[in-house]
Design a protein around this ligand. Sequence first.
Ligand code: DAH
Length: 339
Amino acid sequence: MKEQLEAIKQTAFEAVKNAVSEKEIEDLRVKYLGKKGELTALLKQMGGLSPEERPKMGQLVNEAKSNVENLISKKAEELKKKATELKLKAETIDITMPAKEQKIGKLHPLNTVLDDMIDIFQSMGFDVLDGPEVETDHYNFECLNVPADHPARDMQDTFYLGENLLLRTQTSAAQIRTMETRKPPIRVICPGRVFRADEVDATHSPVFHQIEGLVVDKGITMCDLKGVLEQFAHEIYGKDTNVKFRPSFFPFTEPSVEVDVTCSECGGKGCRVCKGSGWIEILGAGMVHPNVLRSCGIDPDVYSGFAFGIGLDRLTTTRYKISDIRLLFENDKRFLDQF
Ligand code: DAH
């Protein structure tokens, strides 16, 4: 039995010494020291020994067990350290490598321009309001002095959702909603999407954006309209930009104007963008029609006001020299990444 013990010890020492992985060491621990291990088995055989031999042999086997145990633990530690070192070496960070590019989201150009416009109007004391995109005929046309048989309805090809329900063709509907809920003095803008059944081309889209403005108070005149809109145009396009007020027609304003600014592409000389005129039209405006004030329960003999509707898409395409309005809606990342 002594020889047997010696032999097991020797092979165990040898095997532990030659082990190269933590897994191998674990297997050896089981093989020699586990419940069914070779050294454990020896202890079980001791019943066959004489009473004098038994304690001596027991001591020898236990010594061998603890020797093997120590050796295994030492080796296990050594291998673990080695494995960690190898792992660390493999994971070394090369700080001279170029950094990975971080993709960060950014504002759509329409939002950048809208934010600027909101800043400008807020600094002049305007509140920002929201209105529904699905409107009734009543708010989108009727109260804006455009009755059912009015020829001005032809100016705006409308998406109808039902007899009286439609996708708003203009943010002007928000004027009525505002005057129904607020009493003068009123100073609001209402940005939003509008919809028209237009053919799609480089300058037309069935969905586009407007910013409606409304001011109502005692003693508001055309001078206030001119002052506010000139100030706005100068802040957006720069102090050197010329601003021109042209007589026009809208059913809900009287008198009505359209506002042009110097073409930002050619500086007024005339080019493809301004179709040779040197001017770009950016908004429609006018003094709120007495009928409109009346339809909202505001007495036109006491109060007056002006309103305007600015095309956000046109402002954005001219600011960034974007040649096709469709680019604003296609969400092509190659385009959007340029802003
Ligand atoms: N709603 C008009 C349009 O879509 C723009 C407009 C013109 C709005 C004059 C106004 C205004 O508030 O006073 O063409």
